[in-house]
Design a protein around this ligand. Structure first.
Ligand SMILES: [Zn+2]
Length: 94
């Protein structure tokens, strides 16, 4: 199992990627959000609300001195790699 341990004295939030993380675990952990857009019909000048569904990738919160379990694939995400290099995160395997 892989864990990420927070080394920064604050909570760090990382956005996980659907293409990377959901694909690796074979299950989509994204949440679907419904957004409403106001669309103007240029011909009639009429405005109407259009409902659109967007996928929100799950996020990972790592707290100081706490370990959060992650999938191995999450380690390849650029934001997480940068945090590891900057020693804001430590990888713990068990
Ligand atoms: Zn997903």
């Amino acid at each position: 199992m892989v864990f990420l341990e927070g080394r920064a004295r604050r909570a760090q939030v990382f956005e996980l990627s659907h293409d990377v993380v959901c694909a690796a675990i074979g299950e989509c952990k994204c949440t679907e959000k419904v957004v409403h857009n106001l669309v103007l019909n240029k011909h009639t000048g009429e405005k109407r609300m259009v409902e659109k569904r967007v996928l929100c990738a799950p996020s990972l919160t790592v707290l100081f001195k706490r370990r959060s379990r992650v999938d191995e694939a999450a380690l390849s995400l650029p934001a997480i790699q940068r945090a590891i290099k900057a020693r804001r995160l430590r990888v713990v395997r068990s």
